[in-house]
Design a protein around this ligand. Structure first.
Ligand SMILES: Cc1cc2nc3c(=O)[nH]c(=O)nc-3n(C[C@H](O)[C@H](O)[C@H](O)COP(=O)(O)OP(=O)(O)OC[C@H]3O[C@@H](n4cnc5c(N)ncnc54)[C@H](O)[C@@H]3O)c2cc1C
Length: 292
């Protein structure tokens, strides 16, 4: 747990706001890149102070025991940048209006506002968790990376660390044309934008790419696990991230609104016969439903 305060707030695009957090303890925040997720704890207005947030190993159970109308909000975000030497980390928040505590924080927070971040500690030698992208397949299997604006920070993190010889498709859906700036992919990875303002259909773009690819061979025997990673959201990732390492033609990473992710799962698994174990399906949020 890193107790942090906001130090800078910078509008990156119509949909994204970059929040920079600081605390002396962030010199031990591990920079693992890719899709590293964190938990952000925000106090509920008029509720319990952040100092009442449990920090022991059983923090989750203890937090659940606190009164629901007073306990802090917990939301999931992605680390964009880590600067241990400056004790800072950056997180890009989607501004979807004053409709939830995370987005409200992105719109209304001011430098000095406090939060708690649950993330990887550089002193921890074990597997810290929170990474789903299959790093070992980055330069071998063809990549299919599909996401919406909430997944853009993770996709950027993945693209920054993909090897120069990586191949595949990255398909990103964003609300506005101006949200497409500043994303770079290796030369043999196609970067395709679907802009909802323009009426683009991301599903069609992915279907066309998969059709052009032709049949794939992969190990259908590999297993998958379904985790309840996000309340009311859909989350299905390969066990141990290693199931198809030997034979994979394709490694897919799909994140965004849960209903859309389910529809993409149907397309990949039912229409194109891609083994579930070759794909991480992650519902990052659910339309009309607040995270718990
Ligand atoms: C692993 C992971 C990584 C994530 N990384 C990021 C990240 O880096 N940046 C980021 O912004 N989000 C990210 N998300 C998504 C974020 O956790 C959700 O969007 C979350 O619901 C935001 O909380 P909130 O308090 O703003 O809204 P909530 O209180 O959860 O929801 C309130 C209302 O807003 C709606 N809503 C929630 N999110 C959106 C949205 N994006 N667009 C439109 N309506 C929405 C809900 O359907 C609900 O009706 C990530 C999620 C996961 C699981």
């Amino acid at each position: 747990m890193f107790p942090v305060r906001l130090v800078r707030r910078q509008r990156r695009s119509p949909s994204l706001v970059r929040m920079t957090f600081t605390d002396p303890s962030l010199d031990r925040f591990a920079d693992r890149g890719y899709d590293q997720r964190i938990k952000l704890v925000l106090p509920k207005p008029g509720g319990l102070p952040l100092s009442a947030f449990p920090t022991g190993v059983d923090w989750w159970a203890q937090w659940r025991e606190q009164p629901a109308d007073a306990r802090a909000h917990i939301r999931t975000y992605t680390v964009v940048a880590v600067r241990p030497e400056r004790c800072e980390i950056d997180v890009d928040f989607v501004d979807h209006g004053i409709t939830g505590p995370g987005s409200r924080f992105a719109v209304e927070a001011v430098p000095g506002d406090e939060a708690v971040i649950f993330g990887p500690n550089a002193d921890f030698a074990g597997e810290a968790g929170g990474l789903e992208f299959r790093r070992e397949l980055g330069g071998t299997a063809r990549q299919l990376i599909v996401g919406d604006i909430t997944a853009l920070p993770a996709i950027n993190g993945i693209l920054e660390r993909l090897p120069a010889d990586a191949t595949g498709l990255v398909s990103i859906e964003v609300p506005h044309e101006e949200d497409t700036r500043g994303v770079h992919a290796p030369p043999n990875v196609d970067l395709m934008w679907s802009v909802t303002d323009r009426g683009d259909d991301q599903g069609d773009a992915v279907r066309q790419w998969l059709t052009a690819l032709g049949p794939l061979t992969s190990d259908h025997a590999a297993t998958t696990v379904i985790e309840d990673g996000v309340a009311d959201s859909y989350w299905e990732v390969s066990a141990g991230n290693t199931a198809v390492t030997e034979t994979a033609d394709l490694s897919a990473w799909i994140a965004g609104e849960s209903g859309r992710v389910r529809a993409l799962r149907r397309m990949l698994v039912d229409e194109f016969d891609i083994p579930k174990a070759a794909v991480c399906f992650m519902g990052y949020w659910r339309s009309g439903v607040a995270a718990s």
